[in-house]
Design a binder for this molecule. Structure first.
Ligand code: SAM
Length: 334
């Protein structure tokens, strides 16, 4: 091994510190204490974030070496574009996403177990599957929704740019979370109606959001479990970041229920990453690790989507790529 390879490997192995530090800094709100162009002294940052000054300095110096924050003058820190994205008020802020990771970070310890067993490490570490765990910890529900909105925010615009929803009269967003995606789609297509379907402890927040957006009259909110039922009444059934949460067997149940209610000319829309062939870096392969360790699902290749759809009575019609890693996989009932 060359010295360069040795150092590269060492930095990869210490990557856990980088990830952990970003999530902690987001939770502590350190980025909110700095306005770009106005470097702040470490004493002030430590006092205001209630952290240990010497340790905070070392963490910020470490993060600065990775492009988040920059030391501008003696022990004063300013933003870089990456650290500024952790401010709560940044357009497309990543803070809530990093906070969600902060609360569930221990699941990464379970990756070893996932590797050995194929089972979600999350369940071993937290004692329950992720969505059951969130249901049992109501304080985490809003954290999860806000994290999803933060992590997915650029995807919504990119999907609306790339995929033409105009032929859809009623769009059902299954596992639609707090409704942020449906709000954006309904706002873009004023004649469209919506159905939002999610677990009982989630739909209250969706109703609030749809009300606040003045869209409540155009959207029916239904609580339920997609392993038991899928609501009828839509001509398109959309699943964003849902199918990747589950194994092929579990997806067969969800899609099987969908197949029973979808009209013959209806559309099945799955918005997820499509894993490319080859060794190139791709967010889909990173997110696939989250799926392995957290819910126990997976990101899929085009072929895997084709088989998944065929197994539930659908055929893959098209894959629409967007400016982000997410694609809209369209299926039709056969
Ligand atoms: C990864 S989030 C995706 C949220 C949203 N579609 C988005 O793109 O931001 C998964 C969603 O599935 C919902 N969910 C999980 N299990 C469910 C079930 N059994 N039935 C209905 N919804 C479920 C969760 O409550 C959560 O809102």
């Amino acid at each position: 091994m060359t010295q360069h390879e040795n150092e590269h490997l060492s930095r990869i192995m210490n990557g856990a510190a980088l990830s952990r530090a970003v999530c902690s800094i987001a939770e502590l709100g350190v980025a909110d204490l700095i306005e770009t162009g106005h470097p702040q002294p470490i004493e002030h940052l430590a006092r205001a974030s209630k952290t240990h000054e010497a340790s905070l300095y070392r963490v910020l110096r470490f993060l600065a070496s990775h492009g988040l924050f920059q030391e501008a003058g003696d022990r004063h820190f300013d933003h870089t574009p990456l650290s500024a994205a952790l401010r709560s008020d940044a357009p497309g802020s990543y803070r809530a996403g990093a906070q969600l990771y902060h609360f569930l970070f221990a699941a990464w310890d379970g990756l070893h177990y996932s590797l050995q067993t194929g089972e979600p490490g999350f369940n071993k570490i937290f004692g329950a599957p992720i969505f059951d765990y969130i249901q049992a910890h109501p304080e985490l529900g809003p954290v999860f929704d806000a994290g999803m909105t933060s992590l997915n925010c650029y995807e919504t615009g990119a999907m609306l740019e790339a995929y033409d929803f105009s032929s859809i009269n009623v769009l059902a967003d299954i596992g639609g979370g707090n409704g942020s995606l449906l709000c954006a789609v309904l706002a873009r297509y004023p004649k469209m109606k919506g159905i939002l379907f999610d677990l009982g402890h989630v739909v209250g927040r969706a109703k609030e959001k749809l009300n606040a957006a003045g869209l409540a009259e155009r959207c029916t909110v239904i609580e339920g479990n997609f392993f038991e039922t899928i609501p009828a009444g839509a001509d398109a059934y959309h699943f964003r970041h849902i199918i990747h949460d589950w194994t092929d067997e579990q997806c067969a149940h969800i899609l099987g229920h969908t197949r029973k209610v979808i009209p013959a000319n209806g559309k099945l829309l799955i918005s997820d990453c499509v894993v490319p062939a080859g060794n190139a870096p791709c967010c889909s392969k990173d997110l696939d690790m989250v799926m392995l360790a957290f819910p126990g699902g997976k990101e899929r290749t085009e072929e895997e989507f084709r088989s998944l759809l065929e197994a539930s009575g659908f055929e893959l019609k098209s894959i629409t790529r967007t400016a982000t890693a997410i694609c809209v996989v369209e299926g039709r009932p056969v």
